[in-house]
Write a protein that binds this ligand. Sequence first.
Ligand SMILES: Cc1ncc(C[n+]2csc(CCOP(=O)(O)OP(=O)(O)O)c2C)c(N)n1
Ligand SMILES: [Mg+2]
Length: 570
Amino acid sequence: MKASVAVTEILEDWNINHVYGYPGDSVNNLIESLRKSENNIDFIQVRHEEVAALSASAEAKFTDNVSVCVSIGGPGAIHLLNGMYDAKKDSAPMVVITGQISHDLLGTDNFQEVTLERMFDDVAILNRRVTSGKQLQPLLKQAFKEAYDQKGVAVLSVPDDVFLDSVNQKSLRSTIVPEFNIFPTRDNMDQAISHLEQAKKPVILAGKGALDAREELVAFADKIAAPVVVSLRGKGVLPDEHRLNLGNLGQIGTKPAYEAMEETDLLILAGTCFPYREFLPDNASAIQIDISPDKLGKWYPVNVGLAGTVKEVSQHLTEQVADQNNRNYLKACQENMDNWWTHIDNMVNAENDRLLGAHVINGLHDFIDDDAILSVDVGNVTTWTARFLRMTNQQFIISSWLATMGCGLPGAIAAKLNAPDKQVVAICGDGGFSMVMQDFMTAVKYQLPITVIILNNEKIGMIKYEQEELGNIPYQTDLQPFNYATFAEASGGRGFSVGSTDELSDALQSAKNSSVPIIIDAQIEDSAPLPGKIEWSQAVQYSKHLWKKMIENEGQMDMPPLKTVLKRLF
Ligand SMILES: Cc1ncc(C[n+]2csc(CCOP(=O)(O)OP(=O)(O)O)c2C)c(N)n1
Ligand SMILES: [Mg+2]
């Protein structure tokens, strides 16, 4: 059998149902074998290889299964890089197969020759050039294994002629991925319990690693009387309006989450590597739970590191820790959160001549199914979504550590391919969407009825505010007007331009049972991504100082600070 046929068989062995990619010279022989196996493996032909890699990355994040993308060497491989880094940064298992020029010409600086092993060196956990058909099966198996085991990107670059080599044996085709338990030692658990029992104001910060542990986390938080703050990838771990949830932390977050962190005496990091150190407490003890021991203490100095899943470790802690009788800190945080929701209601109900980002996100509540999948882009749009979207049981996909613009649409494509029966909504900025908009045609081509909401402020808004905050005059942050609704229609989908909440709800109504992809181009007023009624000119810095200033300066927000609530309860 040809080596290219062995490749498709190995993909089938690993239950790969589709491959994202783009054909071209150095993978023509592989593409021919994929054509012949199309009953088992769908080839998703994107319009730009970056979208192939971003979709594959989103698929891996959302399914926890390894995903695959294919491109030619040279320019195609270069286009893949952004999505490969997204997978690396968010620990998503991915296998990439790129072509390469013929093996006997390698090193001669030939047409389209790029030294792929050098280029992929930083992004890949396994990075090999395959020089003979004999190597292909063992190396591809190894690529799958390492992508799974190390939760990263494994890449093989294969000279096109190698795909034609004959391979006889089914060598090293095992698909075994061992499952094993990691659990903290008795000593570590005892230390953690002692910290938990001494704490008066514990706070849990829950991330991606807690997403499968809602029940256990609720029981744990309730037992130790700790409110839960979430990281961006942790959004959805508890429903946003759950009594224990204080919402997101950081620039995108809520005031109660910020204040709970300022006051806490024990921080419990549960399945998160929250990167913004300035939003974490300076003088609190800390416990961290993570399945990867190398993450323990990596971003924040912790007193106890518990290696294990949030699900199991929190369950055991709940069983062993004494009841926390003093629930005043939790009560104060909950009261603070009630005030926050009133403040958010006031914001979305306030009269405004023009549509705002907050209105659009609030308008989605009546539209989004309880089990919908939301793929969110990077920019102010992330802040509007994190802050104003009250999630119940939906799933949330984003580029969290690379934070690349343009992740929204590819994530939605991958989500709909993998969960055709679920509602899939992409929420994008006009900047982010227009980086990958050609691939709206991919959604049309494969009949993926996704809904793309574009928060169109005709700006790369987040950067405009960053420039202003630096004291600079915004430069090159305007985007010229563009009619995305017309673009949707021209691509074979449906498009709606909306400029008011009424128009938005009509468009959402039409989107509800659409059989084609939809774009809702929401023309919003550009406004600062700030909580509360602060004027931008009052802000000193975009992140922590800004929060501090707002919170210390009572009266700028229509809610009292946590300190005032605490004084009453303690
Ligand atoms: C690929 C990439 N380029 C640049 C950036 C830096 N960046 C972060 S947010 C942003 C603006 C996003 O604009 P838009 O998508 O219109 O969203 P808005 O902020 O206006 O809501 C930019 C340029 C990035 N994160 N990714
Ligand atoms: Mg914008």
